[in-house]
Design a protein around this ligand. Sequence first.
Ligand code: PMP
Length: 450
Amino acid sequence: LQQTEKLSLEEMDRQYVWHHISPYREEGATMIVEKGEGSWITDQNGNRYLDGMSGLWCVNVGYGREELAEAAAEQIKKIAYTPMTNSHEPAIELAAKVNSMLNDDYVMFYSNSGSDANEVAFKIARQYHQQNGDPNRYKVISRYRAYHGSSMGALSATGQALRKYKYEPLSSGFLHVSPPDNYRKPDNVTVEEYNLQKAREIEETINYEQKESIAAVIMEPLITGGGVIMPHEVYAQEVERICERHGVLLIIDEVICGFGRTGKAFGHQQFNIKPDIITMAKGLTSAYLPLSITAVRKDIYEAFKGTEDNQHFRHVNTFGGNPAACAVALKNIEIMERESLFERSEQLGAKLLQGLKELENHPNVGNVRGLGLLAGIEIVEDKETKEPAPNDRVAKLIASCKAKGLIIGRNGDTVAGQNNILTLSPPLSSTDEDIDFILQVLNEVFAENK
Ligand code: PMP
């Protein structure tokens, strides 16, 4: 590189780094993050921010955990890599540990990301049905507004037009139904009845699409990235019954909800269901290293146990299950258990939600909802019509929070005309003072933006 003068970090960033989502930004718009401690991150200019999103909903144990750095370093010194055609102690121990946290017996397939884990789930579902003598089942039903990943299959399952429309055609065989959105339900039905109706939309789709062609339903316990859209508990249970009735596998995407985000080890445990396949990533390592798991229930796995070539699951992922990431995941879960972070998520989450509920007095706050340390604030133009607030209003709230040292998220789908939900997902290790700070900043920001 020919450089006559030394470029600043920011200049180099603008020159060489293609950022996710928005590649070109105005000067000064990109935060160059230098370090983190607990729930707080510090940028290169020494400004501190409370990370109310735990990065991308993932740093569950908070930043700066030396134990996790040591777990990774020790493992790399011992054996840095072996492919998962072999095995190694951290992968074995982690698989047993994760199994002990689930409600049934599962076998763990390792990859690197949430998208990977969902791709594996779709491939296993399709092959499982073939192995069971049911080769025509290939379609996957998911929900509008949900996000399941960025790779072609996971993007096909995603129900947000904004993320998809430039990359079509995507994989075939992916169908969508609308999720229950209790805030916008019709007035003349109860929440339970409305949720049952929404679940039955899945059964209708199964019937109209020719029953024997459906391989799986994929859903999150609650839609996180699409705007914290929470079902009533009857919904998941009804979907489980429908899947059972039609021989369709139920895949639960726990990429965000898993590892304590909702106040239980896994989000689906809120609803007492037993998924056939469970995908997990983010909180598994608190994002200290990349790792994901596709947990497959033992009886589904049995169909792949034959020794014939055509019975093998033909899927290899070079870095999946790498020893350092598995060692970090084990230590991460140990920390969560030692510090009772799932219970903490439940308790602090209740405190956060109670405080946020007071914002519902504001003329633009249509609805506040949440579970554990996961919350959504739906911003509307008009509380009667529930018309979603336009981009500027929502963007201004986020910028005002940032100016006061609080990072919050935003979700929705601009193509669908609904990108109006502020989101919060702070580390499970947050202190009471951290939660007070979040509430104080939000109160100030909403008071200043009436
Ligand atoms: N599923 C859900 C529910 C997610 O939120 C995400 C990521 N935000 C993914 C899958 C994809 O995960 P990754 O970015 O690790 O591929």
